[in-house]
Write a protein that binds this ligand. Structure first.
Ligand SMILES: Cc1cc2nc3c(=O)[nH]c(=O)nc-3n(C[C@H](O)[C@H](O)[C@H](O)COP(=O)(O)OP(=O)(O)OC[C@H]3O[C@@H](n4cnc5c(N)ncnc54)[C@H](O)[C@@H]3O)c2cc1C
Length: 417
Protein backbone atom coordinates (compact mmCIF):
# COMPACT_ATOMS: atom_id res chain seq x y z
CA UNK A 1 0.00 0.00 0.00
CA UNK A 2 1.45 3.39 -1.00
CA UNK A 3 0.53 6.23 1.34
CA UNK A 4 -0.32 9.65 -0.11
CA UNK A 5 -0.09 8.24 -3.64
CA UNK A 6 -0.23 11.10 -6.16
CA UNK A 7 -0.51 9.44 -9.57
CA UNK A 8 0.43 6.37 -11.52
CA UNK A 9 2.20 6.57 -14.86
CA UNK A 10 3.49 4.17 -17.43
CA UNK A 11 6.75 4.66 -19.34
CA UNK A 12 8.86 2.44 -21.56
CA UNK A 13 11.80 2.72 -19.18
CA UNK A 14 12.44 4.17 -15.72
CA UNK A 15 16.03 5.28 -15.10
CA UNK A 16 16.77 5.63 -11.37
CA UNK A 17 19.73 7.99 -10.85
CA UNK A 18 21.07 10.89 -12.89
CA UNK A 19 24.87 10.42 -12.73
CA UNK A 20 26.91 9.52 -15.82
CA UNK A 21 25.45 5.97 -15.96
CA UNK A 22 21.81 7.07 -15.76
CA UNK A 23 22.18 10.19 -17.90
CA UNK A 24 23.81 8.28 -20.77
CA UNK A 25 21.19 5.49 -20.59
CA UNK A 26 18.31 7.99 -20.63
CA UNK A 27 19.74 10.07 -23.50
CA UNK A 28 20.49 7.10 -25.76
CA UNK A 29 17.05 5.58 -25.09
CA UNK A 30 15.22 8.82 -25.84
CA UNK A 31 17.15 9.20 -29.10
CA UNK A 32 15.88 5.74 -30.02
CA UNK A 33 12.28 6.88 -29.39
CA UNK A 34 11.66 5.29 -25.98
CA UNK A 35 9.73 7.18 -23.32
CA UNK A 36 11.87 7.51 -20.22
CA UNK A 37 11.13 8.56 -16.64
CA UNK A 38 14.44 9.93 -15.32
CA UNK A 39 14.65 10.28 -11.53
CA UNK A 40 17.25 11.58 -9.12
CA UNK A 41 16.97 12.08 -5.39
CA UNK A 42 18.70 15.49 -5.55
CA UNK A 43 18.50 18.54 -7.79
CA UNK A 44 21.23 19.15 -10.38
CA UNK A 45 23.82 20.59 -10.52
CA UNK A 46 25.16 18.56 -7.62
CA UNK A 47 28.65 17.60 -6.44
CA UNK A 48 29.81 13.98 -6.37
CA UNK A 49 32.89 13.03 -4.33
CA UNK A 50 35.42 12.13 -7.04
CA UNK A 51 38.92 12.67 -8.44
CA UNK A 52 37.10 14.28 -11.42
CA UNK A 53 39.50 12.71 -13.98
CA UNK A 54 37.79 12.05 -17.31
CA UNK A 55 39.65 9.38 -19.27
CA UNK A 56 39.74 8.43 -22.94
CA UNK A 57 37.13 5.77 -22.29
CA UNK A 58 34.69 8.40 -21.02
CA UNK A 59 35.51 10.61 -24.02
CA UNK A 60 34.49 7.85 -26.39
CA UNK A 61 30.92 7.86 -25.03
CA UNK A 62 30.89 11.63 -24.46
CA UNK A 63 31.51 11.96 -28.22
CA UNK A 64 28.66 9.52 -28.98
CA UNK A 65 26.43 11.71 -26.79
CA UNK A 66 27.53 14.75 -28.83
CA UNK A 67 28.89 16.46 -25.70
CA UNK A 68 32.65 16.64 -26.40
CA UNK A 69 32.64 20.33 -27.35
CA UNK A 70 30.69 21.26 -24.25
CA UNK A 71 32.89 19.28 -21.86
CA UNK A 72 36.12 20.55 -23.41
CA UNK A 73 35.00 24.19 -23.19
CA UNK A 74 33.79 24.21 -19.58
CA UNK A 75 36.10 25.09 -16.68
CA UNK A 76 38.51 22.17 -16.41
CA UNK A 77 42.19 21.27 -16.27
CA UNK A 78 43.77 19.64 -19.30
CA UNK A 79 45.72 16.43 -18.71
CA UNK A 80 48.74 15.70 -20.92
CA UNK A 81 50.60 13.27 -18.67
CA UNK A 82 50.39 10.90 -15.74
CA UNK A 83 52.90 11.08 -12.91
CA UNK A 84 53.71 8.15 -10.63
CA UNK A 85 55.76 8.07 -7.45
CA UNK A 86 57.08 4.87 -5.88
CA UNK A 87 56.96 3.97 -2.19
CA UNK A 88 60.64 4.96 -1.89
CA UNK A 89 59.96 8.39 -3.39
CA UNK A 90 61.09 8.14 -7.06
CA UNK A 91 58.87 10.13 -9.43
CA UNK A 92 58.26 9.64 -13.14
CA UNK A 93 56.15 11.63 -15.58
CA UNK A 94 54.71 9.67 -18.51
CA UNK A 95 53.31 11.64 -21.44
CA UNK A 96 49.92 10.79 -22.95
CA UNK A 97 51.06 9.25 -26.25
CA UNK A 98 50.42 10.87 -29.60
CA UNK A 99 47.97 9.13 -31.95
CA UNK A 100 48.93 7.94 -35.45
CA UNK A 101 48.13 11.41 -36.86
CA UNK A 102 50.52 13.02 -34.36
CA UNK A 103 47.81 14.68 -32.26
CA UNK A 104 47.29 13.94 -28.59
CA UNK A 105 43.95 13.21 -27.02
CA UNK A 106 44.38 15.04 -23.75
CA UNK A 107 42.10 14.08 -20.88
CA UNK A 108 40.36 16.48 -18.52
CA UNK A 109 39.85 16.96 -14.85
CA UNK A 110 36.43 18.55 -14.56
CA UNK A 111 34.50 19.03 -11.34
CA UNK A 112 31.51 16.69 -11.24
CA UNK A 113 29.23 19.60 -10.42
CA UNK A 114 30.02 20.74 -13.96
CA UNK A 115 30.52 17.54 -15.99
CA UNK A 116 27.62 15.57 -14.49
CA UNK A 117 25.34 18.54 -14.98
CA UNK A 118 26.20 18.54 -18.68
CA UNK A 119 25.23 14.85 -19.04
CA UNK A 120 22.16 15.36 -16.84
CA UNK A 121 20.81 18.45 -18.64
CA UNK A 122 21.43 16.75 -21.99
CA UNK A 123 19.24 13.80 -20.96
CA UNK A 124 16.64 16.10 -19.38
CA UNK A 125 16.38 18.14 -22.59
CA UNK A 126 15.51 15.10 -24.72
CA UNK A 127 12.04 14.94 -26.25
CA UNK A 128 11.02 11.62 -24.70
CA UNK A 129 12.44 12.14 -21.23
CA UNK A 130 10.31 13.14 -18.23
CA UNK A 131 12.63 14.25 -15.45
CA UNK A 132 11.87 14.36 -11.73
CA UNK A 133 14.56 15.79 -9.44
CA UNK A 134 14.39 15.65 -5.63
CA UNK A 135 12.62 12.34 -6.12
CA UNK A 136 14.06 9.34 -4.33
CA UNK A 137 13.45 5.75 -5.35
CA UNK A 138 12.40 3.94 -2.17
CA UNK A 139 11.38 0.52 -3.43
CA UNK A 140 10.67 -1.60 -6.49
CA UNK A 141 7.27 -2.87 -7.56
CA UNK A 142 7.26 -6.56 -8.48
CA UNK A 143 4.76 -8.35 -10.72
CA UNK A 144 2.50 -11.21 -9.66
CA UNK A 145 5.34 -13.75 -10.05
CA UNK A 146 7.15 -11.88 -7.23
CA UNK A 147 10.38 -11.50 -9.22
CA UNK A 148 9.66 -9.42 -12.36
CA UNK A 149 10.37 -5.73 -11.74
CA UNK A 150 7.46 -3.70 -13.16
CA UNK A 151 7.96 -0.29 -11.53
CA UNK A 152 9.26 1.82 -8.68
CA UNK A 153 7.91 3.63 -5.64
CA UNK A 154 9.46 7.08 -5.34
CA UNK A 155 9.19 9.84 -2.75
CA UNK A 156 9.30 13.51 -3.70
CA UNK A 157 10.70 16.29 -1.51
CA UNK A 158 7.22 17.04 -0.05
CA UNK A 159 7.04 13.46 1.24
CA UNK A 160 4.51 12.25 -1.33
CA UNK A 161 5.01 8.69 -2.54
CA UNK A 162 4.20 7.79 -6.12
CA UNK A 163 4.14 4.58 -8.13
CA UNK A 164 5.55 4.51 -11.65
CA UNK A 165 5.41 1.59 -14.05
CA UNK A 166 7.60 0.64 -17.01
CA UNK A 167 8.67 -2.34 -19.07
CA UNK A 168 12.27 -1.97 -17.86
CA UNK A 169 13.72 -0.35 -14.73
CA UNK A 170 17.39 0.71 -14.85
CA UNK A 171 19.25 1.00 -11.54
CA UNK A 172 21.75 3.84 -12.04
CA UNK A 173 21.60 4.95 -8.43
CA UNK A 174 25.27 4.63 -7.57
CA UNK A 175 27.36 2.74 -5.04
CA UNK A 176 24.60 2.39 -2.43
CA UNK A 177 22.00 1.43 -5.03
CA UNK A 178 18.48 0.86 -3.70
CA UNK A 179 17.60 -0.99 -6.91
CA UNK A 180 20.53 -3.42 -6.52
CA UNK A 181 19.59 -4.04 -2.89
CA UNK A 182 15.92 -4.58 -3.63
CA UNK A 183 16.64 -7.18 -6.31
CA UNK A 184 18.66 -9.02 -3.69
CA UNK A 185 22.30 -8.28 -4.54
CA UNK A 186 24.63 -8.43 -1.54
CA UNK A 187 27.05 -5.56 -0.83
CA UNK A 188 30.57 -6.00 -2.18
CA UNK A 189 33.14 -8.18 -0.49
CA UNK A 190 35.53 -5.81 1.39
CA UNK A 191 38.37 -7.05 -0.86
CA UNK A 192 36.45 -5.73 -3.89
CA UNK A 193 35.31 -2.46 -2.42
CA UNK A 194 37.33 0.69 -2.01
CA UNK A 195 36.79 3.72 0.22
CA UNK A 196 38.21 7.05 -0.87
CA UNK A 197 38.33 10.62 0.45
CA UNK A 198 38.80 13.84 -1.46
CA UNK A 199 39.19 17.60 -0.89
CA UNK A 200 40.10 20.66 -2.99
CA UNK A 201 43.15 22.79 -2.17
CA UNK A 202 44.53 26.09 -3.39
CA UNK A 203 48.21 27.01 -3.31
CA UNK A 204 49.69 23.52 -3.87
CA UNK A 205 53.13 23.94 -5.50
CA UNK A 206 54.00 22.40 -8.87
CA UNK A 207 50.49 21.33 -9.87
CA UNK A 208 50.90 20.78 -13.59
CA UNK A 209 49.11 19.20 -16.55
CA UNK A 210 49.74 15.73 -15.07
CA UNK A 211 47.45 13.71 -12.87
CA UNK A 212 49.68 12.32 -10.12
CA UNK A 213 49.26 8.86 -8.59
CA UNK A 214 51.50 8.37 -5.56
CA UNK A 215 52.01 4.81 -4.37
CA UNK A 216 52.60 5.80 -0.78
CA UNK A 217 53.56 2.90 1.55
CA UNK A 218 50.74 3.72 3.96
CA UNK A 219 48.08 3.53 1.25
CA UNK A 220 49.14 0.51 -0.86
CA UNK A 221 47.61 -1.16 -2.82
CA UNK A 222 45.64 2.09 -3.12
CA UNK A 223 47.21 5.47 -3.83
CA UNK A 224 47.31 9.12 -2.84
CA UNK A 225 46.51 11.49 -5.69
CA UNK A 226 47.06 15.12 -6.64
CA UNK A 227 45.09 16.11 -9.74
CA UNK A 228 45.03 19.58 -11.30
CA UNK A 229 41.62 21.23 -11.18
CA UNK A 230 40.20 24.40 -12.74
CA UNK A 231 41.33 27.79 -11.51
CA UNK A 232 44.71 26.51 -10.28
CA UNK A 233 43.12 24.38 -7.56
CA UNK A 234 44.12 20.77 -6.86
CA UNK A 235 41.85 17.80 -6.31
CA UNK A 236 43.60 15.75 -3.59
CA UNK A 237 42.61 12.40 -2.17
CA UNK A 238 43.38 8.81 -1.39
CA UNK A 239 41.64 5.47 -1.65
CA UNK A 240 42.14 2.08 0.00
CA UNK A 241 40.48 -1.33 0.05
CA UNK A 242 37.80 -1.61 2.73
CA UNK A 243 39.40 -4.89 3.90
CA UNK A 244 42.62 -2.95 4.72
CA UNK A 245 40.76 0.01 6.24
CA UNK A 246 38.90 -2.33 8.58
CA UNK A 247 41.88 -4.56 9.37
CA UNK A 248 44.18 -1.65 10.30
CA UNK A 249 41.37 0.60 11.64
CA UNK A 250 42.43 3.45 9.36
CA UNK A 251 40.78 6.86 9.33
CA UNK A 252 41.30 7.96 5.72
CA UNK A 253 40.91 11.71 6.40
CA UNK A 254 43.53 11.58 9.16
CA UNK A 255 45.85 9.54 6.93
CA UNK A 256 45.47 12.06 4.10
CA UNK A 257 46.26 15.00 6.38
CA UNK A 258 49.22 13.08 7.83
CA UNK A 259 50.70 12.44 4.35
CA UNK A 260 50.23 16.08 3.36
CA UNK A 261 51.85 17.39 6.55
CA UNK A 262 54.68 14.90 7.00
CA UNK A 263 55.60 13.00 3.82
CA UNK A 264 58.86 14.35 2.34
CA UNK A 265 57.27 14.41 -1.16
CA UNK A 266 54.40 16.67 -0.10
CA UNK A 267 55.40 18.61 3.03
CA UNK A 268 57.06 21.39 1.04
CA UNK A 269 54.51 21.37 -1.80
CA UNK A 270 51.60 21.86 0.63
CA UNK A 271 53.40 24.36 2.91
CA UNK A 272 51.30 27.30 1.69
CA UNK A 273 48.29 25.27 0.59
CA UNK A 274 44.78 25.86 1.91
CA UNK A 275 42.00 23.32 1.96
CA UNK A 276 38.95 24.99 0.43
CA UNK A 277 36.40 22.20 0.79
CA UNK A 278 35.56 19.63 3.46
CA UNK A 279 37.24 16.21 3.18
CA UNK A 280 34.47 13.95 1.90
CA UNK A 281 34.46 10.18 1.51
CA UNK A 282 32.50 7.75 -0.62
CA UNK A 283 32.41 4.11 -1.80
CA UNK A 284 33.88 2.58 -4.96
CA UNK A 285 32.40 -0.85 -5.73
CA UNK A 286 35.14 -2.57 -7.73
CA UNK A 287 34.54 -4.50 -10.93
CA UNK A 288 36.89 -7.28 -9.75
CA UNK A 289 33.71 -8.70 -8.18
CA UNK A 290 31.40 -9.30 -11.13
CA UNK A 291 27.84 -8.60 -10.14
CA UNK A 292 24.70 -9.88 -11.81
CA UNK A 293 23.47 -6.70 -13.46
CA UNK A 294 20.30 -8.02 -15.13
CA UNK A 295 17.10 -9.82 -14.28
CA UNK A 296 13.39 -9.95 -15.14
CA UNK A 297 12.54 -6.39 -16.18
CA UNK A 298 15.65 -4.66 -14.86
CA UNK A 299 19.29 -3.76 -15.54
CA UNK A 300 21.97 -2.11 -13.41
CA UNK A 301 24.56 0.34 -14.76
CA UNK A 302 27.62 2.16 -13.39
CA UNK A 303 28.43 1.90 -9.69
CA UNK A 304 25.10 0.16 -9.05
CA UNK A 305 26.52 -2.69 -11.16
CA UNK A 306 29.92 -2.48 -9.40
CA UNK A 307 31.97 -1.37 -12.40
CA UNK A 308 34.83 0.69 -10.94
CA UNK A 309 38.32 -0.17 -12.26
CA UNK A 310 40.09 -2.07 -9.44
CA UNK A 311 43.51 -0.48 -10.08
CA UNK A 312 42.83 3.13 -11.09
CA UNK A 313 39.49 3.70 -9.33
CA UNK A 314 38.11 5.09 -12.56
CA UNK A 315 34.34 4.60 -12.77
CA UNK A 316 32.87 7.29 -15.01
CA UNK A 317 34.06 5.64 -18.23
CA UNK A 318 32.52 2.30 -17.31
CA UNK A 319 29.34 3.98 -16.10
CA UNK A 320 28.94 5.82 -19.42
CA UNK A 321 29.83 2.66 -21.37
CA UNK A 322 27.34 0.55 -19.44
CA UNK A 323 24.64 3.16 -20.17
CA UNK A 324 25.41 2.78 -23.87
CA UNK A 325 25.12 -1.03 -23.83
CA UNK A 326 22.07 -1.00 -21.57
CA UNK A 327 20.24 1.31 -23.99
CA UNK A 328 21.16 -0.91 -26.95
CA UNK A 329 19.87 -4.10 -25.34
CA UNK A 330 16.72 -2.37 -24.04
CA UNK A 331 15.95 -1.15 -27.57
CA UNK A 332 16.37 -4.69 -28.84
CA UNK A 333 14.14 -5.98 -26.05
CA UNK A 334 11.38 -3.62 -27.24
CA UNK A 335 11.85 -4.82 -30.82
CA UNK A 336 11.53 -8.44 -29.63
CA UNK A 337 8.86 -7.57 -27.02
CA UNK A 338 10.90 -9.65 -24.59
CA UNK A 339 11.94 -8.18 -21.21
CA UNK A 340 12.89 -11.47 -19.65
CA UNK A 341 16.04 -12.14 -17.65
CA UNK A 342 17.27 -14.38 -20.47
CA UNK A 343 16.95 -11.62 -23.07
CA UNK A 344 18.39 -8.86 -20.87
CA UNK A 345 21.42 -11.01 -20.04
CA UNK A 346 22.77 -9.91 -23.42
CA UNK A 347 23.59 -6.60 -21.75
CA UNK A 348 25.80 -8.33 -19.18
CA UNK A 349 27.48 -10.45 -21.87
CA UNK A 350 28.26 -7.50 -24.15
CA UNK A 351 29.41 -5.30 -21.31
CA UNK A 352 31.81 -7.90 -19.96
CA UNK A 353 33.06 -8.77 -23.45
CA UNK A 354 34.13 -5.15 -23.62
CA UNK A 355 35.34 -4.60 -20.05
CA UNK A 356 36.33 -8.04 -18.79
CA UNK A 357 39.87 -8.23 -20.08
CA UNK A 358 40.83 -4.78 -18.91
CA UNK A 359 39.29 -5.35 -15.47
CA UNK A 360 41.23 -8.63 -15.09
CA UNK A 361 44.49 -6.84 -15.92
CA UNK A 362 43.69 -4.03 -13.49
CA UNK A 363 42.87 -6.50 -10.75
CA UNK A 364 46.22 -8.24 -11.27
CA UNK A 365 47.98 -4.88 -11.18
CA UNK A 366 46.20 -4.01 -7.94
CA UNK A 367 47.42 -7.28 -6.40
CA UNK A 368 50.99 -6.77 -7.68
CA UNK A 369 50.80 -3.24 -6.26
CA UNK A 370 51.05 -4.74 -2.78
CA UNK A 371 54.67 -5.62 -3.54
CA UNK A 372 56.48 -2.42 -2.67
CA UNK A 373 59.76 -3.58 -4.26
CA UNK A 374 58.06 -4.01 -7.66
CA UNK A 375 56.74 -0.45 -7.64
CA UNK A 376 60.15 0.82 -6.50
CA UNK A 377 61.76 -1.16 -9.30
CA UNK A 378 59.43 -0.13 -12.15
CA UNK A 379 59.00 3.52 -11.21
CA UNK A 380 62.69 3.92 -10.29
CA UNK A 381 63.83 2.46 -13.62
CA UNK A 382 61.24 4.46 -15.55
CA UNK A 383 62.40 7.69 -13.93
CA UNK A 384 65.89 7.01 -15.36
CA UNK A 385 65.05 5.38 -18.70
CA UNK A 386 63.28 7.14 -21.61
CA UNK A 387 62.67 3.73 -23.28
CA UNK A 388 60.73 2.45 -20.29
CA UNK A 389 58.76 5.69 -20.09
CA UNK A 390 57.85 5.25 -23.75
CA UNK A 391 56.82 1.64 -23.17
CA UNK A 392 54.52 2.62 -20.30
CA UNK A 393 53.17 5.56 -22.30
CA UNK A 394 52.31 3.13 -25.14
CA UNK A 395 50.37 0.99 -22.70
CA UNK A 396 47.92 3.85 -22.04
CA UNK A 397 46.50 3.20 -25.49
CA UNK A 398 47.40 -0.46 -25.88
CA UNK A 399 45.78 -3.08 -23.68
CA UNK A 400 48.17 -5.83 -24.85
CA UNK A 401 51.12 -3.76 -23.66
CA UNK A 402 49.45 -3.23 -20.27
CA UNK A 403 49.21 -6.98 -19.87
CA UNK A 404 53.01 -6.95 -19.53
CA UNK A 405 52.81 -5.40 -16.05
CA UNK A 406 51.09 -8.47 -14.72
CA UNK A 407 53.72 -10.82 -16.09
CA UNK A 408 56.76 -11.74 -13.95
CA UNK A 409 58.90 -11.45 -17.11
CA UNK A 410 58.18 -7.73 -17.25
CA UNK A 411 59.81 -7.21 -13.86
CA UNK A 412 62.75 -9.52 -14.69
CA UNK A 413 63.42 -7.47 -17.83
CA UNK A 414 63.33 -4.31 -15.72
CA UNK A 415 66.23 -5.60 -13.62
CA UNK A 416 68.42 -5.75 -16.70
CA UNK A 417 67.06 -2.72 -18.54
C1 LIG B 1 36.75 9.67 -3.97
C2 LIG B 1 36.43 9.12 -5.32
C3 LIG B 1 37.25 9.45 -6.41
C4 LIG B 1 36.93 8.99 -7.70
N1 LIG B 1 37.68 9.43 -8.75
C5 LIG B 1 37.34 9.10 -10.01
C6 LIG B 1 38.00 9.67 -11.12
O1 LIG B 1 38.90 10.51 -10.99
N2 LIG B 1 37.61 9.31 -12.37
C7 LIG B 1 36.58 8.41 -12.56
O2 LIG B 1 36.27 8.10 -13.73
N3 LIG B 1 35.90 7.88 -11.52
C8 LIG B 1 36.23 8.22 -10.25
N4 LIG B 1 35.51 7.73 -9.19
C9 LIG B 1 34.39 6.79 -9.45
C10 LIG B 1 33.17 7.56 -9.99
O3 LIG B 1 32.86 8.64 -9.14
C11 LIG B 1 31.94 6.63 -10.12
O4 LIG B 1 32.33 5.41 -10.66
C12 LIG B 1 30.86 7.27 -10.98
O5 LIG B 1 30.32 8.41 -10.37
C13 LIG B 1 29.73 6.26 -11.27
O6 LIG B 1 28.67 6.91 -11.93
P1 LIG B 1 27.14 6.45 -11.68
O7 LIG B 1 26.31 7.22 -12.63
O8 LIG B 1 27.07 4.97 -11.69
O9 LIG B 1 26.83 6.84 -10.18
P2 LIG B 1 26.81 8.28 -9.47
O10 LIG B 1 27.68 9.22 -10.18
O11 LIG B 1 27.05 8.01 -8.03
O12 LIG B 1 25.31 8.77 -9.66
C14 LIG B 1 24.25 8.14 -8.99
C15 LIG B 1 23.09 9.11 -8.92
O13 LIG B 1 21.97 8.41 -8.35
C16 LIG B 1 21.31 9.26 -7.45
N5 LIG B 1 20.62 8.39 -6.47
C17 LIG B 1 21.19 7.64 -5.51
N6 LIG B 1 20.24 6.94 -4.85
C18 LIG B 1 19.06 7.28 -5.41
C19 LIG B 1 17.70 6.91 -5.16
N7 LIG B 1 17.38 6.05 -4.19
N8 LIG B 1 16.74 7.46 -5.93
C20 LIG B 1 17.06 8.34 -6.93
N9 LIG B 1 18.31 8.73 -7.19
C21 LIG B 1 19.30 8.20 -6.45
C22 LIG B 1 22.40 10.12 -6.84
O14 LIG B 1 21.88 11.35 -6.35
C23 LIG B 1 23.35 10.32 -8.03
O15 LIG B 1 23.08 11.51 -8.73
C24 LIG B 1 35.81 8.14 -7.89
C25 LIG B 1 35.02 7.78 -6.81
C26 LIG B 1 35.31 8.25 -5.53
C27 LIG B 1 34.41 7.88 -4.37
Amino acid sequence: MVEGKAFTSEFDVIVCGGGPGGASTAAFLSDAGKTVLFLDKVRFPRDKTCGDAISGKSMHIIKKLGLYEKISKTPNAIVNAIGFSSPNGAYVRIEVPAKADGTKEAGFVCRREISDNIYFQNAKSKANVTTLENTEVMDLIFGEDGKSVIGVIAKSADGKQQEFYAKVVVGADGANSVVARKVGLPENDPKHWCLAVRAYYTGVKDVSDAIELHFNKKVLPGYFWVFPSDDGKANVGLGMLVSDVRKHKINLSTLMEDIIANDPLFKERFKDAKRVSPIKGWNLPLASQRKKSYGEGYLLVGDAASLVDPFTGEGMGNALTSGYYASQVINEAFAANDFSEKFLKQYYDRLWDELGHEVDISYNMQRYGKFTFLLNLVIGKASRSPEIREMISGSFVNEEARKGYTSPMFYLKMLFA
